[in-house]
Ligand binder design. Sequence first.
Ligand SMILES: [Zn+2]
Length: 95
Amino acid sequence: MRDGETRICTLCGEEKPLNRKHFYPHKGRKSGYQPRCIPCTLADQRAKLVHLPKDAFEVSRTTMEAAKKGNPAARAVLKRQGVTAIWDGREMVML
Ligand SMILES: [Zn+2]
């Protein structure tokens, strides 16, 4: 690593020293670092995590119905998506 190099983050536009304190390493890139600074990368990941459960739920509506009817494969899918219990219309069923 060469000292004194800086990089302008593609997301926040701030110029930061190009090192592991400010950028995550990225083997596939010429510079060896990701184009976004660490805080921006983390914020982006958090944003994705926040959106994930909703998307997962949208995708799994059919799965949810199957799980309510006791389909073990459907229940396994929900579990993988972080669903621990479902409402089957009468009671909460733990998966
Ligand atoms: Zn940034």
